[in-house]
Design a protein around this ligand. Structure first.
Ligand code: C2O
Ligand code: CU
Ligand code: CU
Length: 519
């Protein structure tokens, strides 16, 4: 068990089982036990899959190289053909514009809040100083609001004396002292992240570096980000979400039947329902992000290419793997990223290749389709060595911590870590900067566990080594029901208060979050 005391682990797991009632199935919607949550059903006619063209979000341009402006605002967009849908978007679009950065070159993003609610912007996967990390109470209040006004939306969180609240705007500085990777940014307001992301506050942030540039991987229009997210639509075309407080101003949380997670029946890729991409028969890099609130996917190509292994993974949350790994299917939990290369040259021209979801059924069993339309020259390849970043060494760990993620009944504080609901004033861990730690994560149900600030490496799942989908540096771990996993990480560079939490956004909003404070 890679340096972990097996007897201690067994004792902890036994205690966990006794305490939290493992095995009690949560209400589960479409998708059975593959996701924790309950499905909403759309109230209007849905388009035939593979009729809406695939698009890629626009790349954000900047006036002076590394400085970007984003206005968070309400907009009406067409997601289902001919149906207007009100959203909240970064620059009024969903997904938001893609930010493209260079490793080690600071990127400054100036966010303006033109929404009627407070917001918080977080760069997921970013190695970011605390002041710019988007702590859940570091609110940007709506432009023009008076922060001292009693009853002001967000006042609830003013009970956090360390919060840095701004009005109307805020500048986030990202040093990006990290490897090339597929990151994303999204809202992170305490208690309202699920609802705000569902309305559209999510976008890609890609980081490039010299190591990756030196590889002969597909690039340009053969390097496609794929933000996969499920949603459901009301009769009037609006996105349905079962918020307790639909104004998203006062009371966080969702109606009780949905407290395990909100699932939709429409699968969007880059904001389009089950889109169709026409592509040449060459290698493509697909940067797959699961931006769903609660849904897990098992993605596969149908038909598989002759000989199988069609999804060649080259990267994970934290960047390139040491070497490629060919998969027939990929399991992806909320917030995880899988960077894969698919060689569409293995299919005859004219093929229709569907990206399917083996965890779904009916409308959620398919994601998008590729139509292989023509031959083109392809001088790319997937090298057998991708990255030489040395692995983290668990033998150097100076501390081992055990974190139990479990259900403590319904209600706004029902999802907890070590039996505690999120409280900005309490640190569950205080790692010293520059040290390595092993964290053992134990679950009752599905909990995708995300750590801010760091990337980690998975050491074990239960009594075996890392799972099939755990390779590389990760910032989110797909922890499955009644599972114990161990990860090793190093806390570097930035002192301060950061969060770790379940990235099932309903669990996160209902308190399955805690601080760690680096000192
Ligand atoms: Cu994707 Cu704490 O966030
Ligand atoms: Cu994050
Ligand atoms: Cu969870």
């Amino acid at each position: 068990m890679s340096g972990i005391d097996r007897r201690t682990f067994l004792t902890v797991l036994a205690a966990a089982s006794a305490g939290v009632g493992i095995g009690v199935p949560l209400i589960s919607g479409i998708g059975g036990s593959s996701s924790t949550g309950t499905a909403l059903r759309s109230q209007l006619a849905l388009p035939e899959p593979f009729t809406v063209p695939f698009t890629v979000p626009p790349v954000l341009t900047s006036s002076d190289g590394d400085h970007y402006e984003i206005v968070q605002r309400a907009a009406t967009v067409e997601i289902l053909p001919g149906v207007p849908t009100p959203i909240w978007g970064y620059n009024g679009i969903f997904p938001g514009p893609t930010i493209v950065s260079r490793s080690n070159r600071p990127t400054v993003v100036h966010h303006h809040n033109a929404l009627p609610v407070p917001v918080v912007a977080h760069l997921h996967g970013g190695h970011t100083p605390a002041a710019s990390d988007g702590y859940p109470t570091d609110l940007i209040l709506p432009a023009g609001s008076m922060p001292d006004m009693p009853g002001m939306p967000g006042m609830r969180t003013m009970a956090d004396p360390r919060a840095t609240v701004t009005v109307g705007e805020r500048t986030y500085t990202y040093p990006l002292r990290q490897r090339a990777a597929t990151l994303w940014y999204h809202d992170h307001r305490m208690g309202f992240t699920g609802a705000s992301v569902w309305r559209g506050l999510a976008g890609f942030h890609l980081v490039h570096d010299d190591e990756e540039d030196a590889l002969p991987l597909p690039r340009g229009d053969r390097d496609l980000p794929l933000m996969i997210a499920d949603r459901a639509f009301a009769t009037d075309g609006s996105l349905c979400y079962p918020s307790v407080d639909p104004t998203l101003q006062h009371t966080p949380g969702v109606d009780t039947p949905y407290s395990g997670g909100v699932l939709g029946d429409v699968i969007l890729v880059n904001g389009k329902p089950w889109p169709l991409a026409s592509i040449p028969a060459v290698r493509h890099r697909l940067r797959i992000l699961n931006a769903s609130n609660a849904r897990r996917y098992r993605l596969a190509l149908d038909p598989p290419p002759p000989g199988g292994g069609g999804l060649v993974q080259i990267g994970s949350d934290g960047g390139l793997l040491d070497r490629p790994r060919a998969h027939d299917a990929i399991e992806i939990a909320p917030a995880e990223r899988f960077d894969v290369v698919v060689d569409f040259g293995r299919y005859p021209v004219g093929s229709r290749v569907t990206l399917v979801n083996r965890f779904g059924s009916g409308s959620t069993a398919v994601v998008m389709r590729f139509h292989v339309t023509r031959r083109e020259h392809d001088d790319t390849r997937v090298p057998t060595t991708l990255s030489t970043t040395p692995p983290l060494d668990p033998a150097r760990a100076v501390a081992t911590r055990t974190l139990l993620f479990s259900d403590h009944g319904s209600g706004a504080m029902g999802w907890q870590i070590n039996g505690r609901a999120f409280s900005p004033g309490y640190a569950a861990a205080t790692p010293r900067l520059g040290t390595t730690e092993v964290w053992r994560l134990i679950s009752d149900f599905h909990h995708p566990i995300h750590l801010h600030l760091v990337q980690f490496q998975v050491l074990s799942r239960g009594l075996s080594g890392p799972g099939e989908y755990d390779a590389g540096r990760k910032d989110t771990l797909d922890l499955r029901p009644a599972e114990e996993a161990a990860v090793v990480t190093r806390f570097d560079d930035y002192p301060g208060r950061f969060v770790f939490h379940c990235h099932n956004l309903e669990h996160e909003d209902m308190a399955m979050m805690a601080n760690f404070e680096t000192t």
